[in-house]
Design a protein around this ligand. Structure first.
Ligand code: ZN
Length: 590
C-alpha cells in the first residue's frame, strides 16, 4: 500500500553482514543485574551467544565483523512504552530522533489517540484529533490491519507496537459528541476494537482528559476492556486527572483493570503542579498489586511542556478563531469570569493549566513571541515590570501576540518526578514521537521528549545527579517495558533474544534538547539537536547506528500483539494443494 510520503525511505543498504562480535563489553543485561565483562555474538536477528571476554569463536561463515567496544556499556535497545509516533513513523522511517537515543521500539497509540480505526464518515474528526498536534499527512488506511500494513510497507528503523485508542474508536463511531455512548454505539466500538485486537493491537489506551475520551463513563471503559481481555491485551491510560484528583483517577484505572481482568499501565503518572505528593498515587498502585491486580506506571523525565498560552485556558476557548479569542480576552467582564473559572477548576484542563490555578507564573517562561523583548522572561517578571497582575498580564500577552505566543510551562515539581522515576514499578517513557529536527527558519518548537529523553535520563539521573544505579535505570528502559507489553524476546540480553542492542559511553552521553528550570536565556538546547554519546544501535541485528552515524538501515518490524499471534497459531500451516496434516492428540502439559 502506498503511504504517500515521497522521499521517506529506509533501506537495507546500510545493513552489515549478518555476524558481528562485540568484544570488551560491560554488558548490562536489562534485568537489573550488575554489569558483567563479556563478548556478544549477533547472528541474523538474534543474540547468538554471550561469553566471557575473548571466549567466543570467530570462526564460521560469513566471517564476523569484530567491534572492540573498549569497555563501553552494551545494553538491550531501549523500549519506549508511551509514544505518539503512529503517523510520524510513516514520514520519518529512519526514526533518527529515537535511534540517536538508543531507542529501538516504540509503543504507539497512547492516550486514546491511535491511527486506526478510521471511519470515512468521521474522517474530518479524525484529522482534527491529530492535527491539534501536527500535520496528519495522507490517511490511506481505514482498519487497524491496514494501518499496520502501511507501517510495514513503509519500513522503519525501529520496532513499532500499537495500541488502539479509545478516542479513535469513539470518533469512528460517534465523533466528538459530548454524551454517553448508546447501546448500538458501544456495540460498534466493541466490534472495531475486536477487529483491531485480532489484527495485532496490544491493547486499549484511553486519554480521559481529552475530548472525546473525557465524555466516557467508567462503565463504557470496563465494557471495552472486557473485549481486550478476550485477546489477552493490556489497558493503558492517561487518567482522568493528574493534579488535585490524581488519586481518584488512578483508582478508576485500577477498577477498570480489576473488573475486566486486564493488566494496567498508568501513563506518565507523576503528579502535576497542585496535586498531592507522588507517594499518594504510588500507594494506590502498590495497594492494587497487593490485592492481586497487575498495575504498573511510567513517566517521562521532563518537568515541562511548551504549548500556546491559550491552551492552558478553559477548554471552551480552544475552538475559537483568533479574532473571537482576542475579543473574549479584551472584555473585562469575560476576564473576571475566566479568572473565577480558572480558580474553580471544575473541568480540569491539561496538567500545565495547574500553574494558572495556583498562580505560579514564575514557572511560565516565554519561548516564542513576535515581541523579542519577551523571550526568555517569565510571565511573573513581565507582570512585575508592567506593574500588573500576573493573570491579567498572561491574558494581555495572548491578545498582544494574537494567540501566537508559546511558553515553557514547568509544571511538574522535579522532586515528585524523581520519586516516581525511582519507584521500582515505574518505567521510563518519552510521551514523544519520532520527529525530524527543526529546519533552519522554522518557528521554534520545544520537544525535548522527542530528542533527549533516554540520554537525558542517564546523563542527569545516573551520571551527574545519581538517583538510580545504571543497571536499575536500564531495567526501567528495557526489560520492564518489554515485559509489560509481552515482548518476551526483547528488552533483555540473553542468547536467543532479538538483537536489539545499544552501545554507549556513559561519560559522553549528552542530551541536546532539554532545558532545565530555572531557565537561562538564550535557551541552552534550542534549537534541538540529536542526542550524543550513543555509538552503536542494532535493531533485529541490523546496524542502524554505526560509530555514531545513522546507516539508513530499516531494521525495525511491526510487532503484532497477542490476538494476531493467536490467530497465526490457529491457522493451519500447509502448502497450497497439500493434504491437511492429521491433528495429533494433545500431550499433557507437565
Ligand atoms: Zn497522555
Amino acid at each position: 500500500m502506498a503511504v504517500g510520503w515521497p522521499g521517506a525511505t529506509v533501506s537495507s543498504g546500510g545493513r552489515l553482514p549478518g555476524r558481528v562480535i562485540l568484544t570488551d563489553c560491560r554488558l548490562v543485561d536489562g534485568a537489573g543485574n550488575p554489569w558483567v565483562a563479556a563478548d556478544v555474538l549477533i547472528e541474523g536477528d538474534q543474540v547468538a551467544a554471550i561469553g566471557p571476554a575473548g571466549a567466543l569463536s570467530r570462526r564460521g561463515r560469513p566471517a564476523p565483523i569484530v567491534v572492540d567496544v573498549g569497555g563501553r556499556y552494551v545494553t538491550p535497545g531501549f523500549v519506549d512504552p508511551h509514544t505518539h509516533s503512529d503517523l510520524t513513523v510513516l514520514s520519518n522511517p529512519g526514526a533518527e530522533s529515537a535511534i540517536y537515543q538508543g531507542v529501538t521500539t516504540h509503543v504507539v497509540g497512547n492516550c486514546g489517540m491511535s491511527a486506526a480505526p478510521v471511519d470515512d464518515r468521521r474522517l474530518g474528526d479524525f484529522v482534527t484529533m491529530w492535527e491539534s498536534y501536527f500535520d496528519c499527512g495522507p490517511v490511506t488506511w481505514r482498519t487497524f490491519a491496514e494501518y499496520l500494513d502501511a507501517v510495514e510497507t513503509g519500513g522503519c528503523a525501529i520496532n513499532v507496537a500499537a495500541l488502539v485508542g479509545h478516542g479513535a474508536l469513539r470518533i469512528a463511531t460517534m465523533g466528538f459528541d459530548e454524551r454517553p455512548a448508546g447501546v448500538r454505539e458501544l456495540a460498534a466500538m466493541k466490534r472495531l476494537l475486536a477487529a483491531s485486537m485480532a489484527a495485532g493491537a496490544f491493547g486499549l489506551s484511553t486519554g480521559l482528559v481529552y475530548p472525546p475520551g473525557c465524555y466516557a463513563s467508567t462503565d463504557e471503559l470496563i465494557e471495552l476492556a472486557r473485549v481486550v481481555k478476550t485477546y489477552d491485551g493490556i489497558y493503558t491510560t492517561h487518567v482522568r486527572g493528574e493534579r488535585e484528583t490524581i488519586v481518584e483517577a488512578v483508582t478508576e484505572a485500577v477498577r477498570i483493570g480489576a473488573e475486566s481482568g486486564l493488566p494496567v499501565e498508568v501513563s506518565h503518572n507523576a503528579p502535576k503542579w497542585g496535586g498531592p505528593p507522588a507517594t499518594a498515587n504510588l500507594a494506590v498502585i502498590e495497594q492494587a498489586r497487593a490485592d492481586g491486580h497487575d498495575v504498573t506506571l511510567d513517566n517521562d523525565t521532563h518537568t515541562d511542556l511548551a504549548p500556546r498560552l491559550s491552551l492552558a485556558l478553559p477548554q471552551q476557548l480552544h475552538s475559537l478563531a483568533v479574532d473571537e479569542l482576542v475579543a473574549v480576552l479584551s472584555d473585562p467582564a469575560r476576564r473576571a469570569e475566566l479568572a473565577r473559572e480558572v480558580a474553580a477548576d471544575e473541568r480540569p484542563g491539561p496538567g500545565y493549566s495547574g500553574l494558572l490555578k495556583h498562580g505560579r507564573f514564575e514557572r511560565i517562561v516565554v519561548l516564542r513571541a513576535t515581541n523579542r523583548a519577551l523571550l526568555g522572561r517569565s510571565v511573573a517578571d513581565i507582570a512585575a515590570d508592567r506593574g500588573a497582575e500576573p493573570f491579567d498580564t498572561y491574558l494581555d500577552l495572548i491578545v498582544e501576540e494574537r494567540d501566537g505566543i508559546i511558553a515553557i510551562f514547568d509544571y511538574i515539581d522535579e522532586a515528585q518526578l524523581q520519586a516516581v522515576l525511582r519507584h521500582p514499578l515505574a518505567m521510563v517513557s518519552s510521551d514523544g514521537l519520532v520527529a525530524p529536527l527543526p529546519r533552519p527558519g522554522e518557528p521554534i518548537a520545544y520537544w525535548p521528549c522527542n530528542f533527549g529523553e533516554y540520554t537525558g535520563f542517564l546523563e542527569r539521573y545516573v551520571r551527574d545527579r545519581p538517583i538510580l544505579r545504571l543497571e536499575e535505570a536500564v531495567r526501567k528502559m528495557t526489560s520492564l517495558p518489554a515485559q509489560r507489553f509481552g515482548l518476551w524476546d526483547r528488552g533483555i540480553l540473553r542468547p536467543g533474544a532479538r538483537a536489539d542492542i545499544v552501545v554507549f559511553d556513559l561519560d559522553r552521553l549528552r542530551d541536546r534538547a532539554t532545558n532545565l528550570f530555572p531557565h537561562s536565556y538564550p535557551f541552552e538546547n534550542i534549537p534541538h539537536r540529536y542526542a550524543e554519546g550513543i555509538d552503536y544501535v542494532f535493531v533485529n541485528g541490523a546496524a542502524v547506528l554505526w560509530e555514531g552515524t545513522h546507516t539508513g538501515a530499516g531494521g525495525g518490524r511491526v510487532l503484532r500483539g497477542p490476538g494476531a499471534r493467536r490467530r497465526a497459531a490457529a491457522r493451519p500451516s500447509r502448502a497450497p494443494g497439500s493434504r491437511p496434516a492429521r491433528a495429533r492428540p494433545a500431550r499433557p502439559v507437565v
